[in-house]
Design a protein around this ligand. Structure first.
Ligand code: AVJ
Length: 431
C-alpha cells in the first residue's frame, strides 16, 4: 500500500502576503522588478511546459540526456533511500532517478517540494501510482524560505534540476546553498542542474522563441498580478525583452512598456506609472561555468564529487556531498577518495571528438553518445560498492517496508520547518 501525504510548511496566507510584498517593493523600485517565482500559476506552468518542448529551449532536453546516462552512476554512488526534489515540476526527469534508485535497491521514499500546491499534488499522485510501495510525501514549501526536508530518513539525495538555481541572484543563491547545506548530514548528497555559458545567440533564442511562447509566459506575470491583486495591467501594452548580460553572465527577461501608462493595484492600494520604453525586470536566469558551480558549492560547505555535461556542453549536472570541514569556503579533504569508475563502461566516459555537430534540430541523440563525465571523486565502499563521501548507513530495508499509512497532524513529523513554518500533514488517500 502506498500513501500519499501532503505536508504544508507555509503558514496560511504566506504566499498571498509574499506576492503583495514583492509587488509593492518591486514596482516602487527603480528600475522596476518582480521575482520570477510569480510566473507559475496554472497558465504559467502550462506555458513553461510548452517552452520545454520548443526547438530553441535546449536546457530540458540537455539535462534529460545527462540524467539518462548518469542516473545509474548517481544511484550507485549515493545509494539514496529518499529522493527529495526541490521545485518538483519536472516529473519525467524525476522518474529517471527513481528508476535508477529502485534498480539499485535503495529507494524507499520520494519527497517532492514545491510552492504550487495543485501541480505538486498532481505530480506526486502520479508518481505514487506508478511506484507501488514508494512512500510519497508532497511538501508545499517555498524552498527559499521554508526548506522542507525529511529529517527522519538517512541517505537523502536532494535534487534541484532544470537550472532553476539560476533564477536566484548571487546573494540569494549563496544563502540558499548554505541553508540547504546546514540541513544535510554525512551520507546525504545534492544533485544540482545548471545551465552553462554559451553562444549568446543560442541563449537569447532560448528566451525569445520564434513562436512567442516565452513572450506569453513573460506577460503572464501581469495576469497573475491582475488576478491576485485586482490590478489592471494590459499585457498587450508591454513587449517581451530577452537580453544577455555578458558581465553578469545571465539572461534577463523584461517587459517593456509600449506607451506611457498608469496601473492600479487596489489590493495593495498602489498606483504605478510606466514611461514609454520603461522596463520591468521579471527574471534573471544565470548561466554557469563549472569552476563557478564548484566554487559556490565549496563556499557553502559542499564538495563537488561529480560533474557531467551533455555532449554539446550546454548544461551541467553536479553531484555534491557535505564537505568534511564545513562551510568556510575550504574544500573537504579528498585524501582517501578514489576516482569513480562507472558501473557501465562506455557510459559517462568523456567523449571529446565529434560532439559539436549534432542534430540540427537539437534533438537528443542516444545518451551514451553524448554525455561527458568528468572525474568523479568517490570512495569505494564496503563490498566494493561505490559510496559517496562519509560513512553511510547501509539501508537495506525494502521499498515500502517501513511505511506507516495514516494521517499526521500538527508537528509535521520529520520535517524541518523554517521559523515561520506551521507545517501540517493532510492525508490525501491511499492506493
Ligand atoms: C524554470 C527557471 C529553469 O530560467 O530557463 C524559461 C524558466 N524562463 N523560459 C529558465 C524560463 C524563460 C526557466 N527555469
Amino acid at each position: 500500500m502506498t500513501a500519499l501525504r501532503v505536508a504544508r510548511c507555509l503558514p496560511d496566507g504566506f504566499l498571498a502576503g509574499a506576492l503583495r510584498a514583492d509587488a509593492r517593493a518591486g514596482l516602487t523600485a527603480t528600475p522596476k522588478v518582480l521575482p520570477p517565482k510569480w510566473f507559475y500559476d496554472e497558465r504559467g506552468s502550462e506555458l513553461f511546459e510548452k517552452i520545454t518542448r520548443l526547438d530553441e529551449y535546449y536546457p530540458t532536453r540537455a539535462e534529460r540526456s545527462i540524467l539518462r546516462a548518469a542516473a545509474g552512476q548517481i544511484a550507485a554512488g549515493t545509494r539514496a533511500r529518499t529522493l527529495v526534489e526541490l521545485g518538483a515540476g519536472a516529473a519525467d526527469k524525476t522518474r529517471l532517478l527513481l528508476d535508477a534508485l529502485a534498480g539499485a535497491g535503495t529507494l524507499a521514499s520520494f519527497v517532492p517540494v514545491d510552492v504550487s500546491e495543485t501541480a505538486l499534488i498532481e505530480a506526486a499522485r502520479r508518481v505514487a501510482g506508478e511506484y507501488p510501495g514508494l512512500a510519497v510525501t508532497a511538501v508545499v514549501s517555498d524552498f527559499e524560505e521554508h526548506l522542507g526536508l525529511p529529517s527522519g530518513s538517512e541517505a537523502r539525495l536532494v535534487v534541484f534540476l532544470g537550472g532553476t538555481i539560476g533564477n536566484l541572484l548571487p546573494g540569494q543563491r549563496a544563502a540558499f546553498l548554505r541553508s540547504l547545506r546546514s540541513r544535510l548530514r554525512p551520507g546525504d548528497a545534492f544533485l544540482l542542474g545548471t545551465d552553462l555559458v554559451k553562444d549568446p545567440a543560442v541563449l537569447v533564442a532560448a528566451y525569445d522563441d520564434a513562436a512567442g511562447v516565452t513572450a506569453a509566459f513573460n506577460k503572464n506575470i501581469l495576469s497573475v498580478l491582475n488576478a491576485a491583486l485586482g490590478a489592471d495591467f494590459d499585457p498587450d501594452a508591454f513587449e517581451h525583452v530577452a537580453l544577455w548580460d555578458a558581465g553578469a553572465e545571465w539572461i534577463e527577461m523584461r517587459l517593456r512598456s509600449l506607451q506611457p501608462q498608469r496601473v492600479t493595484l487596489p489590493a495593495i492600494d498602489l498606483q504605478v506609472t510606466f514611461g514609454e520604453g520603461e522596463e520591468l525586470r521579471t527574471e534573471v536566469s544565470a548561466k554557469f561555468r563549472r569552476e563557478r558551480v564548484a566554487a559556490e558549492l565549496a563556499a557553502a560547505g559542499f564538495t563537488m564529487a561529480g560533474w557531467w555535461t551533455d555532449g554539446q556542453g550546454r548544461f551541467g549536472l553536479s553531484l555534491s556531498v557535505p564537505a568534511e570541514r564545513g562551510p568556510h569556503g575550504r574544500r573537504g579533504s579528498v585524501a582517501g577518495r578514489a576516482a569513480f569508475h562507472p558501473p557501465h563502461p562506455g557510459i559517462g566516459e568523456p567523449q571529446l571528438g565529434d560532439q559539436l555537430g549534432g542534430d540540427p534540430l537539437g534533438r537528443d541523440r542516444p545518451a551514451a553518445e553524448q554525455v561527458h563525465r568528468d572525474q568523479v571523486l568517490l570512495r569505494p565502499g564496503v563490498n566494493g560498492q561505490v559510496r559517496l563521501g562519509q560513512d553511510q548507513h547501509q539501508g537495506n530495508r525494502t521499498v515500502g517496508e517501513d511505511h506507516v499509512a495514516g494521517v499526521e497532524h500538527g508537528a509535521a513529523a520529520g520535517l524541518h520547518r523554517g521559523a515561520r513554518g506551521g507545517g501540517q500533514f493532510r492525508d490525501i488517500g491511499h492506493r
